[in-house]
Design a protein around this ligand. Structure first.
Ligand code: HEM
Length: 543
């Protein structure tokens, strides 16, 4: 008998055993798969068929396949794309719907009428809860948050508080007193005007702007997005802190721009170890603000805006320390700075591609100047005197406003006829409202200021509930007047003094649609472009 003959039955036995084992495995695997499939089918049937039938009063949910993920991946990739698809899916029903993102439920409100209801329910739909979430993310301690958001005494000294509101809510009212039309706002406008007059010259650009190059005398080139970012952050910082914060930390505006481009990680609440690139500049800025508040008052307060001092007084009076005060004020820093820098970029980008509007902008704003200096702070702001500028402002915000108002549901509430459950979030995506053809007319994706000018309906659009670049209700952006003034005054002065053109033939910059923002969309990396700025040759219309 050969060795092969001897091995034969043993091999056969082994092979049989393996086959058996494999068959058992396969059977077990098939059973597991079948059970999973069955469980999945039951879950899906319950979630998207039975539950909605039992609870017709709740918003219908956009179906998804994987329970833990929900629409998470699609939301992260392009939230506005997902929302547009969802609206299309529910197009027949004209009511709020629900989306699940990594286990968290958002109720999405896409109709202007229902969005007005969201802004009215200030108690049940809380903005303050959202701010507190940001404060925690940025390092505020619980005790400080409790102090800031507990009702304060009616008869306390300082900012009047007849309704016994919390200091957190008083901060919103202090903003309004500083930033709504009135003496405080006028003094800020004048300060902004003087700063722009001083800082917008070829000399100042060559000396102070590290981004500028000068290929020949009388011509400066800058990357537009980086430049408007740097310029507006420095302006915002100057309006709030004078030159003092700059002396404490000369790198503050640079750190801010790095932080601001990554702000989506904060909005998505990234775990710390995944967002060191965001937390490093943030920690630097908060530490610098703390050092600012440790300076003796006589070395900083007379240069600061009224509001910055008033907020400091309120926060200190309730026993909050410098570190937590710095975090509160850090949030005010990004409120003033995150959007104006981007709006000026997009506005100039559209004007460069639409020379007829650039000419109209120059002509309408000319009476605000004496020589090359901006003197009149009211003219540019006035829609009756500058209707095209006004329409350009509205249209630029309409197409680039990419934010959503988000509120936490603090108790069950009905919006748009649907019950919204405590603990979930409500979202009003501004972009979907702004791209509603039935309100803003044909071809909503194109930049066309005439839609605000040509018809009666168009001229009424600024008061439409579908027009929401600044959110709405009690927390509607208090900086909207200053934002319009600063952006249009900057563009007007630039156009008054200089010719500006794109270098080469850059493509239309693409918006960075995948990343959420607090207002205006960012530019996709790699789409910034150079512009050349030269002394103006043709002063025909305005001398
Ligand atoms: C084009 C520029 C701007 C846009 C598009 C914009 C947009 C917004 C949006 C969408 C909100 C949230 C409102 C809500 O959800 O109800 C907001 C809030 C706010 N914005 Fe603006 N903003 C701009 C400029 C500014 C400026 C220049 C300042 C300050 C000078 C500012 C200060 C604030 C403040 C303080 C809040 C919070 C309101 C509160 O707590 O009551 N914003 N802004």
């Amino acid at each position: 008998m050969s060795a092969a003959d001897l091995a034969g039955p043993a091999d056969l036995q082994l092979a049989l055993q393996r086959l058996l084992l494999t068959t058992e495995w396969n059977a077990a695997l098939s059973r597991a798969l079948l059970c999973t499939l069955l469980a999945w089918a039951v879950w899906r049937c319950w979630k998207f068929t039975v539950y909605p039938m039992l609870h017709p009063d709740e918003p219908k949910e956009l179906p998804y396949l994987v329970p833990v993920l929900g629409h998470g991946p699609a939301f992260f990739k392009d939230s506005n794309g997902l929302l547009a698809r969802a609206r299309q899916y529910f197009s027949g029903i004209n009511e709020p719907f629900a989306l699940t993102v990594f286990g968290r439920t958002f109720y999405v409100v896409t109709h202007a009428k229902h969005s007005a209801e969201v802004y009215k329910h200030t108690e049940a739909l809380s903005f303050e809860e959202c701010i507190q979430t940001l404060m925690r993310f940025n390092g505020s301690d619980e005790e400080a948050i409790q102090r800031i958001y507990s009702p304060a005494a009616i008869d306390k000294p300082g900012f009047p508080n007849p309704k016994g509101l919390s200091v957190g809510v008083l901060v919103q009212l202090i903003h309004v007193k500083q930033l709504h039309p009135g003496d405080n706002m006028l003094s800020m406008q004048t300060q902004a005007r003087d700063w722009i007059n001083r800082k917008l010259s070829l000399d100042a650009l060559a000396k102070e702007c590290k981004l500028s190059t000068s290929p020949r005398p009388g011509r400066i080139e800058v990357p537009l997005y980086e430049w408007t970012s740097d310029y507006f952050v420095c302006l915002g910082q100057h309006l709030y802190f004078g030159d003092v914060l700059d002396r404490v930390d000369p790198q503050y505006p640079d750190a801010y721009v790095v932080f601001d481009e990554l702000i989506w990680k904060m909005l998505y609440q990234y775990p710390k170890f995944l967002c060191r690139d965001l937390t490093a500049p943030r920690d630097q800025m908060i530490a610098s603000l703390e050092r600012y508040y440790q300076l003796p008052p006589d070395q900083r307060r007379d240069q600061a805006a009224w509001m910055i001092n008033a907020i400091e007084d309120e926060i200190r009076a309730i026993g909050v320390d410098d570190a937590n005060l710095a975090i509160v004020v850090f949030h005010l820093y990004f409120a003033i700075n995150t959007n104006a820098r981007k709006t000026s970029f997009w506005m100039l980008t559209y004007l460069l591609r639409n020379p007829e509007y650039m000419a109209a902008f120059r002509a309408e704003t000319a009476p605000a100047f004496r020589g090359n200096d901006l003197v009149d702070v009211t003219h540019i702001h006035d829609p009756a005197k500058c209707p095209t500028v006004d329409a350009i402002w509205h249209e630029t915000l309409r197409v680039t406003g990419w934010a959503a108002s988000v509120r936490v549901v603090t108790r069950d509430v009905v919006v748009g006829g649907k019950l919204m459950r405590q603990g979930n979030r409500v979202m009003v995506p501004h972009r979907l409202l702004h791209f509603d053809e039935t309100i803003f007319g044909k071809d909503p994706a194109s930049w066309n200021p005439r839609r605000w000018l040509d018809t009666d309906a168009g001229r009424k659009l600024p008061s439409s509930p579908a027009w929401r670049p600044f959110g709405g209700g009690r927390t509607k952006c208090s900086g909207r007047f200053l934002a319009k003034y600063a952006v249009t005054a900057f563009v007007a002065t630039l156009l008054r003094r200089f010719d500006i053109e794109a270098v080469g033939n850059p493509p239309m910059p693409e918006p960075d649609v995948g990343r959420p923002v607090l207002g205006i969309i960012s530019v996709k990396e790699g789409y910034d472009y150079q512009v050349a700025i030269t002394e103006r040759k043709d002063k025909g219309v305005d001398v």
